[in-house]
Design a protein around this ligand. Structure first.
Ligand SMILES: [Mg+2]
Length: 230
């Protein structure tokens, strides 16, 4: 059975060890010429929203998105080796991505607030890029609000992979925003409490399947197969 699995990146697939916030800060400084007053507020927001919020809170006029994306891309590219050194792929991730990518009727990609270039940096830093179809999926430049990324990913899966219109979509993510994106779009959700949000918070946001992490490959695969068959 067909299935579109969309993995969130930060705190779901990888731990970025603070490098991600350094990317936002560097992009902000590059564009505004000053240090931000505080760290970027991320937690499942898209890069468009994160940077808009940062400019707003620092009292700086928001530049054109093209300039912001260029600054984020440069800041991300400059930190690939730093991310490899300090960060890590989370436990079980490599195994479950291998299993998902081995199923030819499944599309396994990302749904992330990161712009595409930095999504690639983040998964490549840990050798996960070959286990995902990054052509499809949806990224932080594709929409302001996370729920709107789901339709983008579905359209790409249809156009580039020939997925059928009614194929179930499963989002795997670590924040209430991932859960909300799934609920708002009629998608399934597997929430993982591997970020800052507890299992209770994720359940309160509406997730019926909450796992502590992705270590139990057979269990995660079992849940995904349930959605594929439904
Ligand atoms: Mg996340």
């Amino acid at each position: 059975m067909e299935l579109i699995v969309l993995w969130d990146i930060d705190h779901t697939l990888i731990e970025n060890a603070g490098v991600s916030k350094e990317i936002y800060a560097a992009a902000f400084t590059g564009l505004s010429g000053k240090e931000p007053m505080g760290p970027a507020r991320t937690e499942g927001r898209t890069d468009r929203l994160i940077m808009r919020d940062m400019f707003h809170r620092n009292g700086v006029a928001e530049p054109d998105w093209a300039a912001v994306e260029e600054a984020l891309t440069a800041a991300g590219a400059a930190r690939l080796s730093e991310l490899s050194r300090r960060g890590t792929a989370l436990p079980g991730v490599r195994e479950i991505l291998k299993e998902a990518s081995a199923r030819s009727a499944w599309v396994s990609s990302v749904l992330t607030g990161n712009i595409a270039a930095n999504a690639r940096v983040k998964v490549s830093a840990f050798g996960l890029d070959s286990l995902l179809d990054l052509r499809v999926g949806a990224y932080g430049a594709d929409a302001l609000q996370r729920p709107d990324l789901v339709a983008v990913a579905r359209e790409r899966a249809q156009r580039l992979r020939g997925a059928q219109g009614g194929v179930p979509v499963v989002i795997v993510g670590d924040t209430p925003r991932d859960v909300e994106a799934a609920i708002a779009t009629g998608s399934e959700i597997i929430a993982v409490a591997s970020g800052v949000h507890s299992a209770e918070e994720l359940a309160a946001a509406g997730a019926q399947r909450v796992l502590p992490d992705l270590m139990d490959t057979a269990r995660v695969l079992g849940i995904l197969e349930t959605f594929a068959a439904s």
